[in-house]
Design a protein. Structure first.
Length: 451
């Protein structure tokens, strides 16, 4: 765990092993996070031994930014997850099925089925078809005839039970047709054609980088007319098959059929914990070369709850943008430092996602300890990883590397206790700290009212 947290060479090697095991398993959920299902068909090794121990302890390991596949469309499911749940299936049968699945380079039933989503073509069961996958699959010899026979039987039991007596060499109808494609899915198979609502993209042949001929619909929207080329597919494009009509017009065989995956599992959701911050003043921030920001946290040791508030303005005090939010983490890891760091991380993430990293930015904080740790240029040691806020510190430092000039400065807190100096006459960082402190405490109070 510590080696993974350090993020050095050994961590890189461990990630490769884990991601390889993920691909070998054919599972959709991260295999060290979701340990409920037994995977007896995988060869024993370090990663599988670790997973078996986690399963015995009813535990899991969540690894940030680790690769895992996603479902492709409505009704999609992991092939091996479905086969593993078949009554009476043996370890050897699953081993043979997994060999055939890996040889064809598919993970889910949507990748195996036809693009219309109604049947499985016959060449998926004999080794004559292999998906054009961008993933690095392990080399293996072609499965034997008996392996393909068993694979065909298991697939029919799991997905085509109603028409399981379909003759070999014929397309096998699925029990449940697949639905709309997910636009937020990660696709590893390179298909020949894709479409959006108004455009069609045909992959060019050749050994160079992927490039597509782009076609637009005609006025009547009954065929496509070539318009140019494209180096990148739109995010809402999904695979289709095409037909050339008798008069030479290109027609898409499937209608545009795309949707957002509203039923994403916790494993498939993107790592997006960004708070809802409006962009009404973003234009003013973008026009300024110097930005001044401040963040402050509020922590209650009795309830172990915390909140933060941050504000950012230009050096001429224009474009005020702010955010208040609770700090979400395991209560036993909550402390005043984490409240401070959570606000700074939210602020840095906002500045990064709004592409303000080329500005000269100074972030003020009234915790000198937090500022000193963020300004420390040394890599964290093994003992640093034991501290409850070590993960959030590394997250801030990682994002800070993308900024040209980002400074963390200390400002004395609670200067509003001194009433001799009018608020408007105080320096900008002090005024920002005062209002951040008040807003963070107000957010904290609202959390208690909700409870």
């Amino acid at each position: 765990m510590r080696q993974l947290q350090l993020g050095k060479e050994l961590s890189h090697d461990l990630r490769i092993l884990i991601q390889t095991a993920q691909l070998e398993s054919g599972m959709i959920n991260p295999i060290l996070d979701d340990t409920d299902l037994s995977l007896p068909y995988l060869e024993p090794g370090h990663i599988m031994h670790l997973r078996d121990r986690l399963r015995e302890l009813n535990g899991s390991i969540v690894i940030k930014d680790i690769w895992y596949p996603t479902l492709q469309r409505e009704g999609d499911v992991s092939i091996m997850e479905k086969l593993s749940g078949l009554p009476g299936v043996t370890k050897r049968e699953l081993e043979h099925a997994n060999q055939c699945r890996k040889y064809t380079r598919v993970i889910t039933i949507a990748e195996m089925a036809s693009l219309c989503g109604r049947y499985i073509p016959p060449d998926r069961f004999n080794g004559r078809w292999r998906a054009k996958s961008s993933l690095k699959w392990t080399r293996q010899p072609p499965p034997t005839g008996p392996m393909w026979d068993k694979y065909r039987q298991l697939i029919k039991r799991a997905f085509c039970f109603k028409k399981r007596n379909t003759k070999i060499g014929k397309q096998v109808p699925l029990d449940q047709s697949l639905g709309k494609w997910y636009r937020n899915a990660r696709r590893h198979i390179n298909y020949t054609a894709y479409r959006t609502r108004r455009a069609l993209f045909i992959q060019q042949s050749g050994q160079g980088p992927l490039c597509y001929d782009r076609y637009e619909t005609n006025e009547n929207r009954n065929y496509f007319v070539e318009e140019g080329t494209s180096l990148k597919l739109p995010i809402d494009a999904h695979p289709v098959t095409t037909t050339l009509s008798r008069n030479g017009n290109l027609i898409a065989d499937q209608e545009y059929n795309n949707t957002e995956n509203a039923a994403l599992t916790k494993y498939q959701q993107t790592d997006n914990d960004e708070e809802d911050v409006g962009d009404a003043t973003l234009d003013l921030l973008q026009k300024s070369e110097i930005l001044i920001a401040c963040s402050d946290g509020s922590y209650d040791p009795i309830t172990s709850k915390a909140a933060f508030n941050w504000r950012v303005v230009t050096d001429s005090e224009m474009g005020l943008t702010q955010c208040s939010a609770p700090v979400n983490t395991n209560p036993k890891y909550m402390n005043s430092y984490r409240a401070e760091y959570a606000g700074i991380r939210s602020l840095v993430k906002y500045l990064k996602t709004r592409e303000l990293y080329h500005k000269k930015i100074t972030i003020y904080c009234d915790s000198k300890s937090c500022v000193d740790k963020l300004n420390n240029k040394y890599e964290p040691s093994m003992t640093d990883l034991d501290k409850p806020e070590s993960d959030i510190i590394r997250s801030i430092k990682s994002m800070a590397k993308t900024f040209i000039t980002l400074q963390f400065e200390w400002v004395k807190g609670h200067q509003d206790d001194d009433d001799e100096i009018p608020f408007d006459e105080r320096p900008l960082p002090v005024r920002l700290n005062i209002v951040c402190d008040i807003s963070a405490k107000r957010m904290h109070a609202e959390m208690h009212k909700t409870d």
